[in-house]
Write a protein that binds this ligand. Structure first.
Ligand code: SF4
Length: 296
């Protein structure tokens, strides 16, 4: 089903952000046609008067030219905190491209998280930004699980785009998020991406929103053997699974010579040969100092 698309005029597009990872957030679109079943951003519906299901609407934002873009010099700007800036519709409307053109030369530090390879279109423009960092969300190598979870491009296409950016010397991140207990093979993903990214971020699946029931239905149908584990974690609040996984990945990282940290405050960019693994599991409960990152 085609999404309902509407053009909207907004007074400004850049907003101060409370997210600990950035100073400002920008969302060139309202809604997200990737329609991930675990999307935390679906809460946005409440604020935008949309009655359509999440993933079935998209507002395309038009804003006045950004005045004095140089005031963002050195500031961290996160493009796409509650949408993907490289949705398929970006090919037509080019609002993310327009945003980058308006910020070009400002000295802003751009952070983008995407599940798309359309970003390759803008690689030359993006390269002109200092401290650029691009993350691809990849929580499986199994294309059929991916198709069960989102409408975005294949994992292989995301990996190919990441590789191309990495080869161009741009700081790249493989964001293993959300990690589905016993479904996401974290070690296999690390093995697959370790030569083509600078960071590997780990984030556990959270089920706080209305999508909890959706994910439980999925587990019941496709992985009934995992139902009791999911109930333990998400209904009884047992976090021991994440502690075990934390230890397992930590020792795997040591075996294969990768650095493993739980707080990336001091590591904004890394262009080392090998990626740094950053753990964002239950930052408030397991790792008191770790920083959260908005899940894409
Ligand atoms: S999780 Fe991210 S990519 Fe998926 S629907 Fe939500 S905003 Fe879009």
């Amino acid at each position: 089903m085609d999404p309902i698309i509407k053009k909207v005029t907004v007074k400004s597009v850049i907003t101060k952000s409370n997210l600990p990872v950035c100073d400002y957030a920008v969302n060139p679109y309202v809604g997200c046609t990737h329609a991930c079943r675990y999307c935390y951003a679906s809460f946005m519906k409440r604020f935008t008067n949309h009655i359509e299901p999440w993933g079935e609407f998209l507002d395309v934002k038009y804003w006045p030219e950004i005045s004095h873009p140089e005031r963002y010099a050195g500031k961290e700007i996160f493009i796409g905190s509650v949408t993907d800036p490289y949705l398929p519709q970006e090919e037509i409307y080019r609002r993310t491209r327009a945003l980058l053109e308006q910020l070009q030369g400002s000295g802003a530090k751009i952070n983008i998280a995407t599940k798309s390879d359309l970003i390759l279109r803008d690689i030359d423009l993006l390269k002109t930004f200092p401290g650029l960092r691009i993350a691809w969300s990849i929580n499986t190598l199994d294309e059929s699980f991916k198709c069960d979870m989102d409408n975005a491009v294949s994992i292989e296409r995301r990996l190919a785009a990441m590789d191309q950016f990495h080869k161009s010397g741009i700081c790249t991140v493989c964001f293993i998020s959300p990690i589905f207990p016993e479904i996401t093979d974290v070690k296999a993903i690390i093995e697959r991406v370790k030569k083509q990214c600078n960071f590997i971020w780990l984030e556990n699946l959270n089920l706080r929103g209305s999508y909890k029931a959706v994910i439980f239905d999925y587990i019941r149908q496709k992985h009934p053997d995992l139902l009791s584990l999911y109930k333990n974690i998400y209904s009884d609040g047992d976090h021991s699974y994440w502690r075990r996984l934390d230890m397992e990945i930590r020792s795997h990282a040591a075996e294969i010579g990768l650095r493993y940290v739980t707080n990336d405050d001091s590591i904004r960019n890394s262009l080392d040969d090998l990626p740094v693994i950053v753990n964002f599991f239950y930052h408030d409960q397991i790792k008191k100092n770790a920083k959260p990152h908005a899940t894409l």
